[in-house]
Design a protein around this ligand. Structure first.
Ligand code: PLP
Length: 549
């Protein structure tokens, strides 16, 4: 269907609508410096101005990441806004109808009912495959929209591209393809088809793999003519300033990739483990970050999990999903907790050191005071979970994967009610051991150093393998704590790393701001690690620009 044919299906009042226009829209091109147009407060607190109604910066970034033009993009307050607006643009209340598959995402029918639009659900086959002929048979002259969700929520499967293309060619209205879970699927996104089919609208979201459900940002990708229709009917300022800023700052594909990788690994592990439980009848194959699981007693199991403070989605009353719970894949330890609550024995990483690859190690260390699981992969992401119970310490440790270009996962449970000391020190020792196992023993002799300036502070870190085990610390902290971390534990931490890694570690830092100074030390440490990891023939060479800065 071309754009002209799509526009024929738009409600006449929407085609005729003159959208709300702001003064700043009207003066595009000039660069105003004094804003006396919108009755805002002139006192700058970061929020006193209205947000950019066109979300230009965020659109550019999203468009670049997805390889399309910003004109094809509509950004909404979650995908839910795009779903509602599609009804408002295309469907005349009380007259038109929409078709969808069942079971599928509940918001489609809620938005249809809100807009007084008849909603026709076509059941998927018992194996959740798509019955394209039945979908076409459900449509008539007043059918404006078809909702397809692939990978589908709650069934978890995705539909072959050929079947969707065949519907794009034959369906008499707009096909809305919801790709909320596409990042977890083997199949590529069908966004490129929006250039060919003006009747295709692809929905994606920052709520799932991108980890920003709390921000409420969803996207619709379509022909620019269709995206413009959605823009025309949205509230002018539908995405607020903090959401636009945070989304821009957090759209990091390396982080998403690391998280997706961990989730995919966990999906396989959890599916396998669940199959061993006598109360599990079937685990459906999944292309998403959840599993649909048929069990003998869904209500009983659901209640048992609630008792253990674990919440899953009971889908057992949804037609086609009889007996089923939908279980989201969590972090490895959350998944372990779920499996144990279901009576499934979880071997878990053995106490001790496991070499998972040439430069990839997992260490589990349990003592009376702490229980630490640490995974270090010099060649890439292992999933970004870093959790010690001390948010500022987590923030510091996160500098190591970010600036070291390595994969690091740390899950530490310590006796924080007694003191932070054991947790910080033991994480240091285990991290040092992981460095030794992956790096130190192989490097033989190698010296790596880095000086890192950061605002008012700078830090110098020198790492030397193959020499004596020696720790030197030249950094003064005046404040007792930075965040929740006592500053006296910083040298303890690095001393522990030094002991574990059996290296020579010299650290010096100075500066005014204690947070910056601590961060500069961790960043410089990460950069020194990165130099060692790069196996550069000349160890004093500047590190390459590979990875994230
Ligand atoms: C979670 C989900 C969404 C996301 O909705 P947002 O409003 O963007 O958070 C969209 N579609 C489906 C099928 C989902 O499961």
């Amino acid at each position: 269907m071309n754009l002209e044919a799509v526009l024929k299906r738009v409600r006449p009042n929407i085609l005729a609508l003159e959208p709300y226009s702001t003064a700043r829209d009207e003066c595009r091109g000039s660069r105003p410096e004094v804003f006396l147009d919108a009755n805002e407060s002139p006192y700058d607190n970061g929020l006193n101005r209205y947000p950019d109604p066109r979300q230009r910066a965020l659109k550019e970034k999203v468009a670049e990441l997805k390889g399309m033009s910003p004109e094809q993009l509509f950004l909404g307050n979650g995908s839910d806004e795009a779903i509602d607006l599609l009804f408002r643009v295309f469907c005349r209340p009380g007259l038109d109808n929409a078709v969808s598959i069942a079971p599928s995402y509940g918001m489609y029918s809620v938005a249809a009912a809100t807009n007084d639009i008849a909603f026709r659900e076509v059941p998927l086959r018992p194996d959740f495959s798509l019955d394209a002929e039945a979908v076409l048979a459900a449509a008539d002259a007043n059918t404006k929209l078809l909702f397809l969700c692939s990978p589908n929520n709650p069934s978890g499967n995705s539909f072959p591209a050929e079947e969707i293309v065949s519907l794009l060619k034959r369906f008499p209205g707009v096909v809305v393809l919801d790709e909320a879970y596409i990042d977890f699927s083997e199949r590529p996104s069908l966004i490129p088809l929006t250039r060919e089919y003006a009747n295709l609208v692809v929905l994606q979201t920052l709520s799932k793999a991108w980890g920003m459900a709390g921000l409420r940002v969803g996207l619709a990708v379509a022909d620019p003519g269709v995206a413009a229709l959605l823009d025309k009917v949205k509230y002018p300022y539908n995405i607020n300033i903090p959401a636009q800023k945070m989304a821009l700052a957090k759209l990091d594909p390396a982080v998403r990739e690391a998280h997706v990788r961990e989730i995919l690994g966990e999906r396989v592990r959890v599916a396998k483990a669940l199959q061993e439980s006598p109360s599990v009848l079937r685990v459906y194959p999944s292309d998403a970050n959840f599993l649909l699981v048929k069990v003998t007693d869904p209500d009983g199991l659901y209640a048992r999990l609630i008792e253990r403070k674990i919440i899953v989605r009971n889908r057992s009353r949804v037609p086609g999903c009889g007996g089923c719970l939908r279980i989201t894949i969590g972090t490895p330890s959350e998944n372990d907790r779920l499996l144990r609550a279901l009576g499934i024995e979880v071997p878990g990483p053995a106490d001790g050191v496991e070499l998972l690859g040439d430069r990839h190690v997992r260490i589990r260390r349990k003592t009376r005071e702490t229980d630490i699981l640490l995974e270090l992969n010099l060649d890439g992401p292992v999933g970004g979970t870093i959790r010690t119970g001390l948010p500022f310490f987590d923030h510091m440790l996160e500098q190591i994967p970010h600036h070291g270009g390595v994969g690091l996962r740390v899950e530490a449970k310590g006796d924080l009610q007694v003191d932070e000391h054991h947790t910080v020190e033991d994480v240091g020792i285990v991290l040092g051991e992981a460095i030794d196992k992956t790096l130190g023993a192989k490097l033989g002799i190698g010296r790596y150093g880095f000086v890192l300036p950061m605002d008012d502070s700078d830090a110098m870190v020198l790492l030397d393998f193959g020499g004596r085990i020696d720790f030197q610390w030249r950094a003064e902290f005046r404040r007792e704590k930075v965040g929740d971390l006592p500053t006296e534990l910083l040298p303890h931490f690095f001393q522990s790393v030094c002991a574990g890694a059996r290296c020579n570690l010299h650290i010096a830092a100075r500066g005014e701001n204690e947070h910056h100074k601590a961060e500069a030390i961790f960043k410089a440490f990460a950069r020194a690690i990165r130099m060692a990891v790069a196996r550069s023939p000349f160890p004093y060479e500047l590190p390459s620009s590979k990875g994230t800065l």
